[in-house]
Ligand binder design. Structure first.
Ligand SMILES: N[C@@H](CCC(=O)N[C@@H](CS)C(=O)NCC(=O)O)C(=O)O
Length: 229
């Protein structure tokens, strides 16, 4: 058995965040995908909220919550992805704290039940992108959040920026074009090998299929042929 076992749902962005950190650190791990509708007893026994990701270490210790997992991996395995400077580290942590809000503002519309709530949800996107655009401007960096060095902030936002781009291809939204730094950041993250747990085209098709099966308002726009590509 590998030292690290990452328990996953195939399209979960929070799992992807943990997997990215493992890949950035070149850590060998077993990636075990389970079905959301059929969570095995061994998993329920190690996941207090019954959620993925869970990382099992040496078949002895289980950690949950993607941020806690990312921080643990960063504290224990080189290279450090957090900046050495304490102020920059605090800035980075502040932006990883913002991630759940960002995720719901930027991809929450995919869960809207009807057209009205879909449009209400879409209207929240510019505020979230605007905040990140300002943060990237303050960092004066690129291509990644802190510049040339990849960080835990990059690993955190990559899955959600990738999903926004995929959702935009299901039904065009266009907001990201007004935020050039966010757009360039998203492009750099999508171009990075560590972002991808599956070949990108295969994953996009898997993700579209998951959006279609969700049965929300947006689901009707996912064409079956596209989902099965
Ligand atoms: N805050 C958690 C979120 C994890 C999460 O929401 N995982 C979803 C899958 S993407 C899940 O397991 N959902 C199952 C459920 O809510 O019962 C983290 O960062 O790890």
């Amino acid at each position: 058995m590998a030292k690290y076992l990452l328990v996953s749902f195939k399209t979960c962005p929070w799992v992807q965040r943990a997997a990215i950190v493992l890949r950035e650190k070149n850590i060998a791990f077993e990636f075990r995908h389970i079905e959301p509708d059929n969570r095995p007893d061994w998993f329920l026994a190690i996941s207090p909220h019954k959620k993925v990701p869970v990382i099992r270490i040496d078949d002895a210790t289980s950690l949950f919550e993607s941020n806690a997992i990312a921080e643990y991996l960063d504290e224990t395995i080189e290279p450090r992805l957090h900046p050495a400077d304490p102020v920059q580290r605090a800035v980075n942590r502040a932006w990883t704290d913002y991630l759940p809000t960002f995720a719901s503002q930027v991809t929450g519309f995919a869960y809207a039940e009807d057209e009205k709530s879909y449009h209400e949800s879409i209207a929240k996107i510019p505020e979230a992108f605007g905040r990140l655009e300002k943060a990237l401007e303050t960092q004066k960096a690129g291509p990644f959040f802190n510049g040339a060095r990849y960080s835990l902030v990059d690993a955190a936002y990559a899955p959600f920026l990738q999903r926004y781009i995929y959702l935009d291809r299901i039904r065009p939204i266009g907001h990201i074009a007004a935020f050039p730094r966010v757009k360039a950041w998203a492009d750099a993250l999508i171009a990075r090998a560590s972002t991808h747990s599956f070949p990108p085209a295969e994953f996009e098709s898997m993700y579209r299929d998951a959006v279609r099966k969700r049965g929300k308002w947006l689901s009707q726009f996912v064409e079956v042929a596209q989902a099965a590509e």
